[in-house]
Design a protein around this ligand. Sequence first.
Ligand SMILES: Cc1cc2nc3c(=O)[nH]c(=O)nc-3n(C[C@H](O)[C@H](O)[C@H](O)COP(=O)(O)O)c2cc1C
Length: 349
Amino acid sequence: MVKEKDGATSKRKDEHIKICLENDVEYQSHNNGFQKFKLHPSTLVDLSLEQINLKTTIFEKELDFPILVSGMTGGSKLGQQYNEQIAEICQEFRIGMGVGSQRAAIENPDLIKTFEVRNIAPDIPLIANLGLPQFNKSYDVKEAIFAIEMIKADALAVHINPLQELVQLEGDKEDSHSLERLKQILPQVKYPIILKGVGTGFSRKDLQNLVNLSPYAIDVAGAGGTNWTKIEYLRNKKMEYVSEEFVEQGIATAESLQSAHSIKRPKTLKLIASGGIRTGIDAVKALALGSDYVAFALPVLKALAKGGVDELRKYISTFIFEMKTSMAMLGCENIQQLKKKGHKKIGRI
Ligand SMILES: Cc1cc2nc3c(=O)[nH]c(=O)nc-3n(C[C@H](O)[C@H](O)[C@H](O)COP(=O)(O)O)c2cc1C
């Protein structure tokens, strides 16, 4: 197994958190793409908020809301603290949670505990996380299953981030894009697999290639929120003179979601909209445009850094309040209704 120098992976993860908290790391010149759509609410609403039911399931487990916290942390003391706080709130709201890349724990088993949250969140859908470059280098079925069982997770997310690897100082320039090894490995992993981006979006052709790997879900993780080119640019002095257009490249989340929704795919394949999902209105638009779940990362980190679990509870309560109110105004009582008639209830601006 190829290991980085002692602790380099953990150190980089903490550096990423610090940069995210001390800088504006979101896309500037384009948004998540949902702002091109507008909800058409009814003025005469006959639904109360109590009637709105947002329950759904994932990996045959119940979710009270179609919301997942995207994988971010673990691998350090700080990462462990965030994972435990996220788990507490996800259990409280009965929403799903991903942990950050478990590469650090595979390289150093002393770090396994920084990802373990099952005792805090016994009931939620929990998602393990590893990166495509590690599979292309050396990981096999064994590491995929180890990551899942290490934290008693329900599924594994494999993150695909070639652009981030290309711009990252110590990034993997060669092993970050080929899907050939995943094609051999994934059918042997008897757990649901999510193929996810990290915030630059997938093209139509990429999405078709991902569908061909028969995952449980694709998380489009489009552009509009956390911008990894910008984060790596802030870590890398050599990138001082790169153009704004270079830093701002990516496919907006709404665009990637619409491509994913319209390509040929099995009916059972689930879609997750993430990348710049910040409000309940973003979420309602994403569900109406074909996603099954929404996910977000950066707002969770920011809320926890600002005021711990109380602040995160406030953020998620507001997000859900916005979702429920928007659904009531659209006359949609549940997710099925929103998905069925929602697209008629939103229009392009
Ligand atoms: C501090 C931080 C660390 C992250 N680490 C990981 C990771 O280890 N694995 C992964 O798949 N995605 C990682 N991500 C990407 C997120 O899961 C998500 O795809 C991306 O941030 C876009 O969502 P957002 O705009 O809501 O932040 C990380 C994001 C943040 C902010």
